[in-house]
Design a protein around this ligand. Structure first.
Ligand SMILES: Nc1nc2c(ncn2[C@@H]2O[C@@H]3COP(=O)(O)O[C@H]4[C@@H](O)[C@H](n5cnc6c(=O)[nH]c(N)nc65)O[C@@H]4COP(=O)(O)O[C@H]3[C@H]2O)c(=O)[nH]1
Length: 719
């Protein structure tokens, strides 16, 4: 490389090659060294260097590469060194020295040489020592020069364009990675490194740096997506995953990449891609998902999420031959909590109830809130359904515990309807319907209990469905009529009140009891029309009886809570209709149930006030069976309470029922209300009620409900 004798190699290539000592002959003249000619013929430039004297012969091609005529360049190593680009000198010297020192197998270097016209060409030189002295000192080196200017230019252009697009990607906020798959190197751009809170010197150029920081839950999908692209199944590689930042937090990134070179066998060699920070989007998505799939009040899955889970569980249970239980749960009398303690306390109770339900079941089971006070539990992986009872008992007990709501204490209970997959059904809709029917039965049976779906329930539900269809035509077909049960004034035996009770003369089924069809009419909304019809009939009847039986005759009509919710049930209409008929409000009593008051809203209160102003009286039916709150009696203008039949049935002088009846009467009288007892079937019951101070009574002992014509005679016969 220099004019000084080159340093002795500490270890030279072990076996001397069979080449003569330096000949000093020009390539084209050296007939003994045919290889020189061969090299020249290959299109590469060649050199032959005497390491002892520094003489160096350059082939014709070598000289022409630099734009010289043959013979213009002196045959010295110095002629080469003086044309070497100053920026390459140190590197080439180092490579050469390393070779001679035995640290490299061969001497190769890319270097720039100055041409005759002052321009630079890139040359790839490769050489080797071909002759050593006895003491191992290198004597002669030969080598080639290949013009690689075009390749270098292309590389520079590529590098430049790579730099340009990397820069462009980075300026768009993305981090860039460049993975040289076979060498196992991955270059990470500054922006990418900083994206995760690191500085450039903190991350190595290795794929592990990112892979090791990828969230374990995301690794499998990432590997799958990457492999799909490697295998040519996808035109680009995209994947969303989480990467752990330096501070331990997780960042969601969208990575997009592409293999940009493959080997002859199609194996990927290099892949380039980006990381886009999508944490904000993912957080927004999570928030939306939370709202779409979870109930904000309790944090439980909502109806939609439950459906998804149930569909998944059905598939899994079908595959693994397992059973599922679906529990529909309703809180009993929850409305009363909202009404008496306010909605904030109602919310507290729901949240607490949700927590209690969750605590009763396994982690793998789903507790969902369907809305209001309705919850659903999905019990999975049931091996035998017989084992459900302890859980059901636990749920009921847990719900029946006192709820501490701030300073207030509240008791509610729960009703549960259960259906089983696949025993009762295999479709979501069927299972929901079954659980609903079972819940209906549990509630109907007195609440605070559970009920399993049975085919009989299905049968009953079918009958209900058929009745619902028939009911639509019943009014138009004049299939309804009213019976009247006299209400007797206990102290005097006088009769100037009667309760109107509806009957449905079904063309095939005969007389259908109101207990069977009123709930159906309520569900379908038909109760509103039916209620109006009852009102009209009763109003016409009372008008007659005020003339023929008693001038103060009064008829009680039953009303359903649904009539109060319905916009068409305008109190003015009834009041106005009475006025049109010239009837005072006092001729009617409307019997309401506690449910109306429990669900009360401004509309209910307004209607009750309207009736009071018009003189229509209000009786609270089935008193003693429900919530029986004194506050209701005070809050709303109630005229009568009707003691439920269940208290009258076992009425004896020593019975608790007698004590209760006396208490109810005393309480009602204290509030200025009158009392009607229902279901009086014996003289003893009548006497005890009289003794208790009860004002009125009705029941089979006096008379069964009867047609209007019969009532006139019945009253006349008593007189
Ligand atoms: N065991 C026994 N039962 C007696 C005795 N005295 C009367 N009853 C029955 O007890 C029920 C009293 O009516 P309710 O409690 O208002 O209960 C009524 C009421 O809630 C509802 N209902 C009847 N008519 C109408 C109506 O026009 N509209 C609405 N919304 N509901 C009605 O259907 C329920 C059942 O009516 P009904 O079958 O007519 O049954 C009536 C009546 O026939 C007795 O001494 N012993």
């Amino acid at each position: 490389m220099t004019d000084d004798p080159p340093p002795s190699p500490s270890t030279g290539p072990s076996a001397p090659l069979p080449v003569r000592a330096w000949s000093g002959a020009l390539f084209e003249e050296d007939a003994d060294n045919l290889w020189k000619l061969a090299l020249e013929g290959s299109g590469a430039g060649a050199w032959d260097w005497n390491l002892v004297t520094g003489e160096q012969i350059h082939s014709r091609r070598w000289q022409e590469m630099l734009g010289y005529e043959v013979g213009e360049i002196p045959h010295t190593n110095q002629a080469f060194v003086s044309r070497l680009h100053p920026d390459d000198l140190a590197r080439v010297t180092q490579t050469f020295t390393a070779y001679l020192a035995g640290k490299a197998e061969d001497y190769t270097a890319d270097l720039r040489l100055r041409c005759k016209d002052g321009s630079w060409i890139w040359v790839h030189t490769r050489g080797m020592v071909v002759n050593y002295a006895e003491d191992g000192k290198p004597l002669r080196m030969i080598g080639t020069h290949v013009d690689i200017t075009q390749r270098k230019l292309a590389e520079a252009t590529l590098h430049e364009s790579e730099e340009r697009w990397k820069l462009a990607l980075e300026s768009a906020g993305d981090g860039v990675w460049d993975w040289h798959i076979q060498s196992g190197k991955e270059f990470l751009s500054k922006r990418l490194i900083e994206m995760y809170g690191f500085t450039e010197d903190e991350l190595r150029s290795h794929p592990d740096e990112l892979d090791n920081r990828t969230h374990p839950d995301d690794l499998a999908q990432l590997a799958q997506d990457r492999q799909a692209h490697f295998d040519g199944l996808t035109p680009t590689y995209t994947n969303e995953h989480r990467v752990r930042c330096k501070d331990g937090s997780w960042k969601w990134v969208l990575t997009r990449g592409m293999v940009i070179s493959r080997d002859a066998a199609g194996h990927p060699l290099r892949m380039i891609g980006t990381h886009t920070d999508i944490t904000a989007r993912k957080n927004a998505e999570a928030l939306v998902r939370q709202h779409a799939y979870f109930d904000p009040l309790t944090g439980l899955p909502n109806r939609r999420m439950l459906r998804d889970r149930l569909e998944q569980e059905i598939k899994r249970s079908r595959r693994d031959n397992l059973q599922l239980a679906i529990l529909f749960i309703d809180l009993d009398h929850f409305k009363a909590v909202n009404d008496t303690l306010g909605h904030d306390n109602g919310d507290l109770l729901l949240a607490e109830a949700a927590q209690r339900l969750r605590q009763c079941v396994r982690e793998s089971d789903t507790v969902a809130r369907m809305g209001g006070d309705e919850f659903t539990i999905l019990i999975t992986e049931l091996t035998h359904t017989g084992g459900l009872e302890p859980l059901l008992e636990k749920l009921l007990q847990s719900m029946a515990q006192v709820f501490q709501l701030g300073t207030e204490q509240m008791f509610v209970s729960a009703s549960i309807g259960i259906t089983l997959y696949p025993l009762d059904g295999t479709e979501v809709e069927t299972l929901y319907k079954n659980a609903d029917q079972a819940l209906y039965v549990a509630k109907g049976a007195g609440r605070n209990r559970y009920s399993f779906f049975t085919p009989a329930l299905q049968e009953a539900a079918l009958t209900r469905a058929r009745l619902a269809t028939d009911l639509r035509f019943a009014l138009g077909a004049q299939q309804f009529h009213l019976l009247y049960q006299p209400i007797v004034e206990l102290a005097t035996g006088a009769v100037y009140k009667a309760e109107a009770l509806i009957r449905w003369q079904h063309p095939e089924r005969g007389v259908v009891s109101p207990a069977a069809f009123i709930p159906i009419a309520e569900t379908s909304g038909l109760i509103v029309e039916i209620g109006d019809w009852v009102f009209a009939q009763a109003a016409r009847q009372v008008q007659q009886w005020r003339q023929s039986v008693h001038p103060q005759f009064q008829i009680s009509i039953n009303s359903s809570p649904v009539q109060f919710q319905h916009a068409r049930t305008q109190s003015e209409t009834w009041v106005q209709r009475l006025q049109t008929q010239g009837l005072p409000g006092e001729c009617l009593t409307v019997e309401i149930t506690e449910g109306v008051l429990l669900d009360s809203n401004a509309g209910v209160t307004a209607k009750l006030l309207e009736w009071r102003d018009a003189g229509i009286q209000v009786a609270l039916d089935d008193f003693g069976t429900g919530y029986s709150s004194l506050s209701y009696l005070q809050k709303f203008d109630i005229d009568f309470i009707k003691i439920d039949q269940s208290f009258v049935r076992d009425l004896h002088a020593q019975s608790t029922n007698f004590t209760l009846c006396k208490a109810m009467v005393a309480m009602a009288h204290a509030l200025g209300l009158q009392v009607v007892a229902e279901g009086v079937e014996t003289a003893e019951q009548r006497d005890l009620l009289l003794q208790a101070g009860c004002d009125y009574a009705q029941g089979y002992w006096f008379a069964r409900p009867m047609p209007a014509e019969a009532l006139v005679d019945w009253v006349a016969a008593r007189a």
